[in-house]
Write a protein that binds this ligand. Sequence first.
Ligand SMILES: Nc1nc2c(ncn2[C@@H]2O[C@H](COP(=O)(O)OP(=O)(O)OP(=O)(O)O)[C@@H](O)[C@H]2O)c(=O)[nH]1
Length: 465
Amino acid sequence: MSHLAVILLGAGALGAYMYWAVSGQMLDAVGQRLLDNARLLESSLDIDDIRAFGDRADSAAGERLSQRLRRAVAINPDLSGAYVVEPRSDSLRVLATSQPSAGAASSDYLTIEESELLRRGIERAVISDIRVAASERADLTALSAIGAAPQRYVVGVRLNAESLQRSLRLLRLSTLGALLFGVLLALVLSRLLAERLQRRIRSLGERCQALAAGEPLPVDQLPIGDEFDRVIADFDATAQRLREASAQREAALAALTRANATLEGRVEERTRAIEEATHQLKAEIENRLQVEALLAEAALTDGLTGLLNRRAMLEMLVQAVKASRGQGGFSVILADIDHFKRINDAHGHGVGDQVLAAAAQELEQLQGDNRHAARWGGEEFFVLLPHVGLMDACRRAEELRARIERMPTPVRGLRVTLSLGVAEIQPGEPLEDCLKRCDQALYRAKDAGRNAVVAARGNSFATIS
Ligand SMILES: Nc1nc2c(ncn2[C@@H]2O[C@H](COP(=O)(O)OP(=O)(O)OP(=O)(O)O)[C@@H](O)[C@H]2O)c(=O)[nH]1
């Protein structure tokens, strides 16, 4: 509707302008033609006849003058009248007109506008206001001067108002017709153009829908003609490029997904391998720790008897000495199997080993644990008795001696005995001195005949059993 209103408005404005321009030109042309008629009539009139009739009222001259005016009007159907006037200083004297009765010529014949024009004086051909005449449906008058001043006459011709109006009506009708034709043509053309545009916009919309739905673009048999066809062709090309780019992107995405899956698989595999390796490493470390613990234990343990070895016992003694400075002392027992060489010699080292293991077992059982008993040397044993005084230590030594004496042996008839030395560390006494005293007590026991217990009381010794 809006474009229809625009067309009508534009056509109306254009028609009004055309009518105004053409009617103006037409009125100017009509006016010019009337002026030409006035001049023509003026040149065809005989000035002598005019003067003869004007000055002397020569009726024959007047008749000739009137006839000439009537003939001019008769041969030109557009003219409604013609006349000759003598402008005077105070009045206008109509000498002759184209009206049939010559005697009727008077100043009343003139219109008000003609009278005003004449009173202003005519130097050359003039015309009354043609636009006023056209709008007021009045006759149009053209005046042309004849004769020389001061006795100058004026010839006037009138154009029939009806004729002027007819021309204008014809002009209006033809303008209106042209306008209507133009509007109709514009409507038809705009309708055709709108249909053409709609068809392409519909096609573009279908293409957009197909592109959004991922379907093939519709195949139109549209020749590439105007800009819209080119827009559709460009759209198709762009859509094709978009589809190709999308396909490439999807292919790349699929390749990336596959690569990710492979990578994830490899990462999982590697993670599993690392976990396995970590597990193995942990097991190995545990194993190593166990071996180290065993080694550490083995380093402190005697392999044959399972008792502490000399080194371990010495460490314990050092600790015991430190502890003895604050929390009381300790006693030690040094025990040696009697005549062990003979056992070896008589029964072999294997039996000797069995005797050593059996004696160690007795010692362990007596102690209740193996933490404070050690194999001190070949056939020597050592017992540490923390917080135990000399007397109690002697009793423990005696108990051990008696056990060994009763101990069953691997060889029938074989008797094993033990000699023992006992000592208690004295306040502030170095460990070496204490051990030395204990050793001396052991030798005393050997000297006393073996299978005996001797206690070292300070630097003196006492045989216990
Ligand atoms: N079977 C065996 N014999 C050992 C071991 N260690 C030391 N001997 C032996 O023990 C013997 C110790 O002999 P001696 O030092 O002479 O002492 P003994 O024969 O016991 O004499 P007395 O101590 O004076 O009673 C040596 O013959 C060593 O070879 C061992 O681990 N196994």
